[in-house]
Structures are given as C-alpha cells and as structure tokens.
Design a protein around this ligand. Sequence first.
Ligand code: NDP
Ligand code: SSN
Length: 352
Amino acid sequence: MRSCFFSLKLQHSSLSLLPSHFSTSMFSFNHRFSSHFISNSFSSSSSSSPQPQVIQTPSRVGFLGLGIMGSPMALNLIQSGIDVTVWNRTKTKCEPLINLGAKYKSSPEEVAASCDVTFAMLADPQSALDVAVGNHGAVNGMAPGKGYVDVSTVDGETSKLISGNIKSTGALFLEAPVSGSKKPAEDGQLIFLTAGDRDLYESVSPFLDIMGKSKFYLGDVGNGAAMKLIVNMIMGSMMASFSEGLVLSEKVGLDPNVLVQVVSQGAINAPMYSMKGSPMIQSLYPTAFPLKHQQKDLRLALGLAESVSQPTPIAAAANELYKVAKAHGLGDQDFSAVIESLKSRFQHSDDQ
Ligand SMILES: NC(=O)C1=CN([C@@H]2O[C@H](COP(=O)(O)OP(=O)(O)OC[C@H]3O[C@@H](n4cnc5c(N)ncnc54)[C@H](OP(=O)(O)O)[C@@H]3O)[C@@H](O)[C@H]2O)C=CC1
Ligand SMILES: O=CCCC(=O)O
C-alpha cells in the first residue's frame, strides 16, 4: 500500500523531470525515492576557466570501489534500474554487478568520461587520492556538467585536495561519507554526511535516497569528513570500552552474556552492543567494518582534534588498542576484534 502511494505520488509530481530509463518499476522498487528530483542543477557563468554547465538529472552513474560497502551500494542503484558503470582495482569484484546489468570500464578515467556523476568508495585517503587524481584517475574524465561524489571516509585535507582537482575541470564535487555499515549498505539504510557543491547534492539526492535512509548537507568541503570522523571516533571509543567491560566481567566471574543483557536494557543501550556482544564473547569477528579502517578513522580524528588543539584522551587511548590489534594481524577482521588486544595472550605475546 505504502509503495503504491509513493509510486502514484511520483508519477504525478516528478516523473516528467526524469530521463526515460527511470522506469516506473524503479519507483515501486524504491518507495523511499520520493521528493528530491531536482532537474536543473549546474549554473553557468562567463570566465576563462572551465565553468560548471547546466545538466539535467544525471542518468549515467559511475561507481569506483567495490569493497564491503561499494558493492551493495552500487547493487542498490542497479536494482533500482539506474544505468551504472563500475570499476574496481581488483576486477573480479565487478563481475557479480556486471552479471546484474552494470557496464564496466577499465579505469576511473574512463568511468568518469562515460558518466554524468561518479561515486567513489575507497579504503583510505591514499586510495581515494590515487583513484581521483592518480594515473588514469577520474579527474582526467571529468568536465563541466559532470559531478564527482566521494563517499569514502577520509580527512578534510584529502577531500579538499580531491575537490580542488575535480573542480579545476569545471565539474562539481561533493564529499558524502556514510554512517552505517555492511547491513545498512545492503538495505539502503545509510546516513550520508555531505558537504561541497549544493547543486550536486540536489542532483544526486535521488541516488542518495536509494542508498540511504537520511542525508545531511553540512556546507563547505571538509565538514562532511569532520562529522564522519567524529562519529567514528565516538564509535571506536565505545567499542573499546565495551570490550573492557566484557573482558573484566568474565575475569571477575560474571557471565558476559548477562552483561550484554543488562546493558541492552539501560541508558547505554546501543544496537552495536546487542549485535556484536554475543559474537565477541565467542571470539567471532565476521567483518562488517574492518578494524584497519576503524584505526584509520581514529588516527584521522586525532589529527582533526590536534588541528584545533582539542584534547581527546579517550580516543587516543582507544586508538592504541586498535593499533595493538592491527599489529597482531587483526586488521581485516571486524573492528570488534579490538577486544583481543585486552586479552593476556596478546599483551604478553612478545615474551612467549
Ligand atoms: N565497512 C564499513 O562498515 C564502513 C566503511 N566505511 C568507509 O568506507 C570506505 C570503504 O570501506 P569498505 O568497503 O569497508 O572497505 P574495503 O576494504 O572492503 O574496500 C576498499 C576498497 O578500496 C579499494 N582500494 C584500496 N586501495 C586501493 C588503491 N590503492 N587503489 C584503488 N583502489 C583501492 C579496494 O579495491 P580492491 O578490491 O582491489 O582491494 C576496495 O574496492 C572506507 O573509507 C571505510 O572507512 C564507511 C562506513 C562503513
Ligand atoms: O565507518 C563505519 C561506520 C560503521 C557504522 O556506522 O556502523
């Protein structure tokens, strides 16, 4: 019934603004795809440097980086009927999406050249830079009338560097890191923390609404990155503190499963504790958010804090725990594996 309501609403209010391949079946797929069709996005002005040009609602979407997050995000676009072109450093990760209808290009440059907007979901600042501005990077395929949306978690300086390069071509730039992990990515329930060109934000909002449940526009490039790093700084400290509680409860003879139940009923309840508590007690860490990325985010958040002389002692201590876990080869496990760094066999492993 609800999906039917949105389909009708869209047909009456927005359909005329859409490119032809945005079929009505797409709308019944995504009833959240509702009120953000902005057709006319980029304004032109006269100057000798390349200037953004007016484009209609972007129809050809590129997606660079098909890891834990990028694959389900791109899949949701494809399943919504959108014309998606993919690229990933390791080509095999493109194949499931190609089999479902995605196009493929062999470099970020070619993807950007063949698409109206290109999303990038890369591991860290270095890979985000490599893919955007390195050899055959996306910047080489950008031009006025196009847009680049970086959804990777990076620091503000990296984001500004990428933005500057993209915008020098006359294209528009939006940073849009996400809150939410593997399951929210699969379910189209991410939270976008965007900043940069407002016009591009408006034009890509229909795509953000397919991949996510909410979105924030935060102003200048750097603000989205900062918000994301602060959220993940809190999360990393919460997980480290939860780990200490689980290990301590067991050591004093309490059942850690009961601790999880008690926590779940009180003011410090968090979905993360309920979801990850039981596997952590069993020393199981199926990867949703890789520990190496959580440590990267803490490192970047500490840099952000230092840039404004703000003490963050809790995050600094948590970062040390993640560094220990990473040094013991747990970087590709879920970040909840940080609990291992509190166990005595880790702390004394050098003596053995
Ligand atoms: N997993 C999560 O829960 C969340 C992650 N994030 C953030 O999203 C980003 C991606 O995370 P996630 O998908 O989990 O990470 P993955 O490690 O699963 O994927 C990383 C992606 O980056 C690519 N990559 C890495 N290095 C390079 C390079 N030098 N050149 C080109 N491509 C490269 C990988 O390619 P290849 O396949 O070839 O290795 C892969 O596509 C990170 O910034 C992370 O912090 C944000 C929210 C949640
Ligand atoms: O960057 C990863 C965030 C994971 C989450 O928000 O659950």
